[in-house]
Design a protein around this ligand. Structure first.
Ligand SMILES: *Cc1c(COP(=O)(O)O)cnc(C)c1O
Length: 520
C-alpha cells in the first residue's frame, strides 16, 4: 500500500457536474461538464509555523508540502519525484522563484526563471508530469486509456511554454497553431526550434482569431474526434489556464515568497503582505487569493490591468461589461483579454453559490455583461483592489526604474510596478514579475530609447531581427543578461516550417497527417 492521504474531491462552480473527480481526473478532464470550473471541496489550511518553515526547504519540497495538503491522488513518493523534476535545474535559479528587493518599498517575485523566460513555466513545467502520471496510473489499473493530443492556438507565450512542458512527456503529444504573421520574430523562433519527439508546430494563414476559431472548430467536430479515437487511439485535450492542474502549482510561490521575505527580515512573521499581480486570465492572482484563504498572511491583492482594463473596472463597479468594449493592442500582450476565465472561480469562492455563478455566466454569454450582487461585491472588495496602467505609462516605468535602480522590467511587470507604486501604503509590496525583459525586447528597446509605443522604430532599428534588438537593449542597459535559451535561438535549426489554412479543415488535415506519419 502506498502512503497516500485521503484523496481530495472536486466539484464545479456551476453545480452541473455530478462526477466528483479527484486531482488526476480533473487534470485530464480540464473543464467540467456544463462548462463550469473545478474547485476543491475544501481548502486546506497552513499555519504560520508551517509557512515559515518552508524557507528551509528546496522549492520542489515547498511544492510537495502544498500538494500533500491538497490530497493529490498520486502516491506521495511519486508526487515528490515529479515535483523534483518539475522544479529542478530546468530553472536557471536555484531558488526557482526568488524574491528580490529592488527598493525598500518594492520587492519583486521573479517567476521567469524557467526554460521559456515567462511565468507560464511555473505551471506548465509541472502540470504535464501529472497529466502523464494520471494516464499511467489508469493503465496500470487495467483501464483502456488513449494517448492524449494537446491542441493549442497561441498568440505567443502560452504555446512555447506548453511545448516545453509537454515535450517528451509519455503518452502525450502536443500540436501548436500560431498566426504566421501575428507573432514576434523571437516568439516564432522559440516555437519552430522546439525539441522533442512528440511535438509539432504549424503556422496558420490569418490572424490569432482565425487560428483560435479553427482550433476550436476541430475540437468541436465530433466525427473528427471519433476518427482520431478509432484509428489512432488518441483523445484531444486543451490543457489551458482554467485547468486546476495549472493553478495548484501557482499557489506554492505565494507561500514560498512569504517565507523568504520573513527569513530575509523584510517582514515580521504574521504581518500582512500586499501583492500586485499583472493580470490577464486571473489565474495568477487567483492563486494568491487561494494562498491567502489557506492562511498565508497576504493583505490586499492588487489586480493590475493594461489598457484592456475590464477587470479593474469590474473591481471598481461590480459590473463586468464587454458589450461595447474594443480590444486594444498593448506592449503587454499576455494580459490582453476581454473574457477573464478564472474570475469565475473567485466569484464562486466568495459565496460558494453555484446557482448565482451560473446566472452571471449565462448573462455574460447572452448579453456580454453581468452584475454581481451587493454581498458578493462587498466580499470581493475585502480582498481585491483593481487599477490599470496605460501603454505609455508602462514604457515610461521601464525607463524610469532602470535609470533609478538598474533593474530592467518587462512590459507586463511594469504594469504591476506602476499600479503598486500608486497603491502602496506602508511596508513593502510584492510585485509579481511574469516575464524576463528579453522576451519583449522590442518594446523594452522603445522604452529605453523613448520611442512611443505606437511609433515606428527608428531607421537603424527597424530592420533588425529580434536578437539584434536584444543586443541594442544591452547597449542601452549595460550589464543586462539574456537567458541562454533566448540568446542561442539563431543557432538552432528550424524544425517546423509548414503553414496551413486558418480553417477547421486546415487544422484537422495537419493533425491527421502528423499523427499518421508518427504511427508508421
Ligand atoms: C499569462 C501572462 C500574464 C497573465 O496571467 P493570468 O494568470 O492570465 O492573469 C501576465 N504576464 C505574462 C508575461 C503572462 O505570460
Amino acid at each position: 500500500m502506498h502512503a497516500m492521504s485521503e484523496a481530495m474531491r472536486y466539484h464545479d462552480t456551476r453545480g452541473l457536474d455530478p462526477s466528483r473527480p479527484t486531482f488526476t481526473e480533473v487534470v485530464i478532464k480540464g473543464i467540467a461538464q456544463g462548462g463550469g470550473l473545478y474547485v476543491p471541496d475544501a481548502l486546506p489550511s497552513l499555519n504560520l509555523d508551517q509557512i515559515l518553515n518552508l524557507c528551509r526547504l528546496s522549492y520542489a519540497q515547498r511544492a510537495d508540502e502544498i500538494f500533500r495538503l491538497f490530497g493529490v491522488d498520486v502516491p506521495s513518493e511519486r508526487t515528490a519525484a515529479l515535483l523534483a523534476q518539475a522544479f529542478g535545474d530546468n530553472f536557471d535559479h536555484p531558488a526557482v522563484a526568488p524574491v528580490v528587493a529592488i527598493t525598500p518599498e518594492i520587492h519583486v517575485l521573479e517567476l521567469w526563471h524557467g526554460p521559456t523566460s515567462a511565468f507560464k513555466d511555473m505551471a506548465l513545467q509541472c502540470m504535464p508530469h501529472f497529466f502523464s502520471e494520471a494516464i499511467a496510473m489508469r493503465r496500470a489499473a487495467g483501464h483502456d486509456v488513449p494517448d492524449y493530443l494537446v491542441l493549442v492556438a497561441t498568440s505567443g507565450d502560452t504555446g512555447k511554454a506548453a511545448l516545453e512542458g509537454f515535450a517528451d512527456r509519455p503518452s502525450t503529444r502536443i500540436a501548436i497553431f500560431y498566426p504566421a504573421e501575428g507573432v514576434s520574430d523571437i516568439q516564432r523562433r522559440q516555437m519552430v526550434t522546439q525539441r522533442g519527439g512528440n511535438v509539432a508546430v504549424f503556422g496558420v494563414h490569418g490572424n490569432f482569431d482565425d487560428c483560435q476559431a479553427a482550433v476550436k472548430a476541430a475540437f468541436n467536430d465530433a466525427p473528427f474526434n471519433d476518427a482520431l479515437r478509432a484509428a489512432l487511439h488518441t483523445e484531444l485535450s486543451s490543457a489551458n489556464s482554467i485547468n486546476w492542474g495549472r493553478l495548484l502549482p501557482q499557489i506554492v510561490y505565494y507561500a514560498s515568497a512569504y517565507a523568504d521575505m520573513v527569513a530575509a527580515s523584510a517582514l515580521s512573521a504574521g504581518d500582512p503582505l500586499d501583492v500586485c499581480v499583472p493580470t490577464g486570465n486571473f489565474g495568477n492572482i487567483l492563486a494568491a487569493f487561494y494562498a491567502k484563504r489557506m492562511g498565508v498572511p497576504l493583505g490586499r491583492l492588487l489586480c493590475a490591468s493594461n489598457e484592456n482594463n475590464v477587470l479593474s473596472d469590474f473591481i471598481d463597479t461590480g459590473v463586468y461589461d464587454i458589450a461595447e468594449r474594443a480590444f486594444v493592442q498593448t506592449p503587454s500582450p499576455s494580459m490582453d483579454i476581454l473574457i477573464s476565465s478564472n474570475l469565475e472561480r473567485a466569484l464562486y469562492e466568495l459565496g460558494r453559490d453555484p446557482e448565482r455563478v451560473r446566472g452571471w455566466m449565462n448573462d455574460l454569454a447572452a448579453t456580454r455583461r453581468f452584475q454581481i450582487d451587493d454581498g458578493t461585491y462587498a466580499s470581493l472588495r475585502e480582498h481585491f483592489v483593481g487599477d490599470y496602467c496605460s501603454n505609455e505609462e508602462s514604457l515610461a516605468t521601464i525607463a524610469r526604474i532602470h535609470a533609478a535602480t538598474g533593474y530592467l522590467l518587462d512590459p507586463h511587470t511594469a504594469v504591476a510596478w506602476t499600479v503598486a507604486e500608486k497603491h502602496r501604503v506602508d511596508g513593502p509590496v510584492l510585485v509579481v514579475a511574469t516575464a524576463h525583459w528579453a522576451k519583449f525586447g522590442e518594446d523594452v528597446y522603445r522604452a529605453l530609447s523613448a520611442v512611443p509605443y505606437d511609433a515606428p522604430l527608428p531607421a537603424g532599428a527597424a530592420g533588425m531581427s529580434g536578437l539584434e534588438l536584444l543586443r541594442e537593449v544591452r547597449r542601452l542597459a549595460p550589464g543586462q543578461h539574456v537567458p541562454a535559451p533566448l540568446a542561442e535561438l539563431d543557432t538552432l535549426p528550424e524544425r517546423f516550417t509548414k503553414t496551413v489554412e486558418g480553417t477547421r479543415q486546415g487544422v484537422e488535415d495537419a493533425v491527421r497527417e502528423w499523427l499518421e506519419a508518427a504511427a508508421e
